[in-house]
Design a protein around this ligand. Structure first.
Ligand code: ADP
Ligand code: MG
Length: 454
């Protein structure tokens, strides 16, 4: 047995005890029965936990087995048979070494983050519905909204809510098995399992053993045929057994154009909720919560500093946090115990465009965004070869440049290799017509505008 094995086992048991102490409210009971226990051995799925008296052994077996086993399982992702054995009986045994097979073989790095909870999630008009729906699902898993589908642009709290749901369920329903992972990780784990054909069924059974699946950024499933097929089966299984699914994405199910249509309809079949950009006031609340959370006083900041941060970084709470951290770091390095506007401007100069932010949108940016949206290169859009897709993206680029930038038709002609006036006019009119008759076009244009201004 090597040292790392020993310390891994000790640390596993510490985590189990830590979890148990939260669930057993009476600290005296916890101390009397659990404090001196330790993992004596792990052999395959058999875990022997040593207790310091026969009374403790009996009580743990009779009263706490149903608490300990699920806690061990949820921390290891394995189904252990946990047996409590009196220390004295173990001493008579000759073999005291440990055979280690306690590592979960899948999703080893996909733990629910304890830092993302409902308590530290600031609620405002932009995320109220998403936070309420998450709380309802967390308190009645599998019963009401299945799947819950939350979508938004990046940095607005999807991952936070997903983990908050996981933490809440683990706390209030510790016997339920909860898996949190990103769809990218899910895809990779699945690919690995089919690589080794023997393991593929095992993986399926493993996933099915969970009561709650929290899958982040589901948009990555697009164009991954075999994973989509696999996940479709898992989805149907979970739904049929009233097991909760919560999915997040950077767009709504109907906008996941490259997704298997069966999954698209399934994802839309529960409750879909979007998170919008927060208001400046909400960003100020978030900043205050984060400042207090790190043990600092709000009075350390001039009011207009918080307003500046809230106003400039409202597009993404991730960026808002990043800006606050940078400001705190800067203030610390400069030994400033009060943060004035001057300090903030110095610290954040490189992050904030203090000029007119509209000037950042250029024809090049619009072309880049449109090209990446349609999986084309900019030179394809502006080039000579024309497929339906390319013509469409060309019309849309011209329309957006005309619509978003203060440029003349002549300048647009120049951007598009001196195409003539009428071609440019035709493109603009074409999109305007489509916008009138076709909802789909409006969704696309709105999405593109969002991305351009992001
Ligand atoms: P997304 O998954 O939508 O890209 P995240 O959940 O990763 O966004 O959020 C980015 C950061 O902003 C995280 O650190 C998260 O804790 C924080 N955050 C987002 N929304 C809120 C909120 N309403 N209250 C407090 N912190 C938030
Ligand atoms: Mg995320």
């Amino acid at each position: 047995m090597n040292a790392s094995t020993l310390s891994e086992i000790a640390s596993l048991w510490n985590r189990v005890l830590n979890e148990l102490s939260k669930q057993i409210n009476d600290s005296r009971i916890f101390d009397v029965f659990f404090k001196d226990t330790y993992i004596y051995s792990i052999d395959g799925k058999e875990m022997i936990v040593a207790c310091d008296s026969s009374l403790v052994t009996t009580i743990l077996h009779d009263k706490y087995q149903d608490l300990v086993t699920p806690t061990v399982d949820s921390l290891t992702g394995t189904n252990f048979d946990v047996t409590f054995v009196n220390n004295n009986d173990l001493k008579n045994k000759t073999s005291t070494y440990i055979i280690v097979d306690n590592k979960p073989r899948y999703f080893e790095n996909s733990e629910i983050s304890p830092y993302y909870t409902f308590d530290n999630f600031v609620v405002g008009s932009s995320n109220k519905e998403a936070s309420q729906a998450s709380l309802i699902v967390a308190s009645t898993p599998g019963k009401l909204y299945n799947p819950l589908f939350i979508y938004s642009q990046s940095g607005l709290g999807k991952t936070h809510l997903l983990n908050a749901i996981g933490n809440y369920i683990k706390e209030t329903n510790p016997t339920l098995k909860v898996l949190y992972c990103s769809s990218q990780t899910f895809f990779e784990e699945y690919q690995q399992s089919i690589h080794n054909q023997k393991d593929s069924d095992d993986f399926r059974e493993y996933i099915k053993s969970f009561d709650v699946l929290l899958i982040d950024d589901i948009q990555f499933f697009q164009n991954k045929k075999s994973t989509e097929e696999f996940f479709f089966n898992i989805f149907e299984h979970m739904k049929a057994n009233n097991k909760q699914l919560v999915l997040t994405s950077d767009r709504s199910p109907s906008e996941l154009k490259e997704l298997d249509p069966r999954l698209q309809t399934r994802f839309a079949s529960g409750l879909q909720i979007s998170i919008l950009k927060p208001t400046t006031e909400m960003c100020e609340d978030i900043l205050k919560k984060k400042i207090e959370g790190s043990g600092l006083a709000i009075s350390m900041f001039d009011d207009d500093v918080l307003f500046l941060l809230a106003d400039k970084f409202r597009n993404s709470i991730r960026d808002l946090e990043g800006a606050l951290n940078r400001l705190l770091f800067y203030a610390n390095m400069n030994h400033a115990d009060h943060i004035t506007m001057d300090i903030a401007v110095d610290a954040l100069q490189s992050l904030i465009d203090f000029g007119d932010s509209k000037s950042k949108v250029s024809a090049q940016k619009i072309l880049n965004v449109v090209a990446s949206y349609y999986n084309l290169s900019v030179s394809q859009i502006t080039g000579k070869i024309k497929t339906f897709q390319i013509v469409n993206s060309l019309h849309i680029s011209i329309y957006l440049i005309h619509n978003l930038l203060d440029v003349s038709l002549k300048q647009i002609c120049e951007i598009f290799s001196n195409r003539d006036h009428t071609t440019i006019m035709h493109s603009i009119e074409k999109v305007e017509e489509m916008l009138k008759d076709d909802k789909q076009t409006k969704t696309v244009i709105d999405e593109l505008k969002k991305r351009i201004s992001a």
